[in-house]
Design a binder for this molecule. Structure first.
Ligand code: ASP
Length: 364
């Protein structure tokens, strides 16, 4: 039972040295970037990741391994109260409690760490990284994840900002006409509520936000991270795709790295990120791999309430990918004004590019 035995310090040092030697053998040097080839390091992320991809590339240029660079990058939106789908200021669950999900993966060692339904810790991706580094397990949830974070010195704080509390209350008061909650029409005049409606609209009051970031180092090694407060006003304890290895993120330094944001349950059923990496392994470009995976997601969407009148999925899902040569791509089920992704390469400023897509509504 080698996995269960306790490693002594000597074992650990020997194992680490061996792993480094194996990695060096297993990974042929990636093709050096040529004038025609894409420059590396490169980082790709969801649309809200412009600052994050820039920082991730800076960190990789300074020598950080991709997974560490990815976690450094996503700490920016995690700490930003205006990012209401991630970390501090994230919109809460239906009980008004902010519960965060995050995962990291290192595509060279094939190790991963994750936390789910974690409360009161602003940077869940950093906790996931500690799970990867300091345990031989992958996913910690709820109270156990919080205890682990405390043990590693992460400060506990209230993550529910005043703005997020007001938005949650408005949702609660408008969720049903059959409960005791009564909306006050004047609430929509509140600047925080106006801000939210301007960003997300008021017709469909359950959007969400997440950041995925895949990072490719100069030598083609890969790492990734996905972090989120999940679907807005989710049922307490619900865990989405983001912290699930293979769904919200996956990477293999022999092939590529991928991740997803959007409707988590659709991504879980099709094991989205792993599927993208497998399509890249078969030779598809990152963009073609994302599109092929979304076609599978559409095919797996079989319940009537999840489909529109033309049989297409109602929910949107975005996938992002980079291969070890540094080529990037992204695709969405639905093209919308927000279907863009963030990319930064060594020597260039970060930019937003348009996602490929399966469908476009006449009136987007
Ligand atoms: N995928 C996330 C979840 O289902 C939400 C999002 O990406 O917007 O929790």
């Amino acid at each position: 039972m080698p996995e269960e035995r306790t490693l002594t310090r000597r074992d650990l040092i020997a194992t680490t040295a061996k792993a480094a030697a194996v990695a060096a053998i297993a990974l042929p040097a990636a093709k050096a970037a040529t004038a025609a080839g894409p420059a590396r390091p490169v980082a790709v992320a969801s649309r809200n990741g412009l600052a994050a991809v820039k920082l991730a590339v800076e960190r990789m240029l300074a020598g950080a391994v991709p997974v560490n660079a990815a976690v450094a990058g996503v700490a920016i939106p995690e700490g930003d109260p205006d990012e209401v789908g991630v970390g501090y200021g994230g919109l809460p669950n239906e009980d008004g409690v902010v519960q965060l999900d995050a995962a990291v993966m290192d595509g060279t060692t094939m190790r991963a760490g994750a936390v789910a339904a974690l409360e009161r810790i602003k940077h869940p991706a950093a906790v996931a990284l500690e799970v990867m580094r300091h345990t031989n397990r992958i996913l910690l949830v709820g109270e156990g994840a919080l205890k682990f974070a405390r043990a590693h010195g992460f400060p506990e704080e209230n993550l529910l900002t005043e703005r997020s509390r007001k938005i949650w209350l408005l949702w609660k008061e408008n969720a049903s006409g059959k409960d005791d909650w009564l909306p006050d029409p004047k609430e929509v005049e509140d600047p925080d509520i106006r801000w939210f409606i301007e960003q997300y609209g008021d017709s469909y009051f359950r959007p969400a936000g997440t950041i995925h970031l895949s990072a490719c180092a100069a030598d083609g090694r890969l790492g990734c991270c996905t972090t989120t407060s999940g679907l807005f006003f989710k049922v307490s304890g619900r865990v989405g795709d983001s912290p699930l290895v293979g769904c919200g993120l996956y990477c293999d330094s022999e092939v590529g790295s991928a991740g997803g944001t959007g409707h988590g349950e659709s991504n879980i059923i099709s094991v989205g990120a792993h599927t993208v990496v497998e399509f890249m392994r078969q030779g598809k470009s990152p963009e073609a791999a994302c599109l092929a995976t979304l076609e599978r997601v559409a095919g797996n969407t079989r319940l009537a309430y999840l489909k529109d009148e033309a049989g297409r999925p109602k929910n949107n899902l975005y996938l992002y990918a980079v291969n070890r040569a540094g080529e990037v791509g992204s695709a969405a089920i639905w093209a919308t004004a927000r279907s863009q992704y963030a990319v930064c390469r060594a020597g260039s400023e970060p930019q937003l590019l348009d996602c490929a897509y399966l469908y476009k509504r006449e009136k987007a």
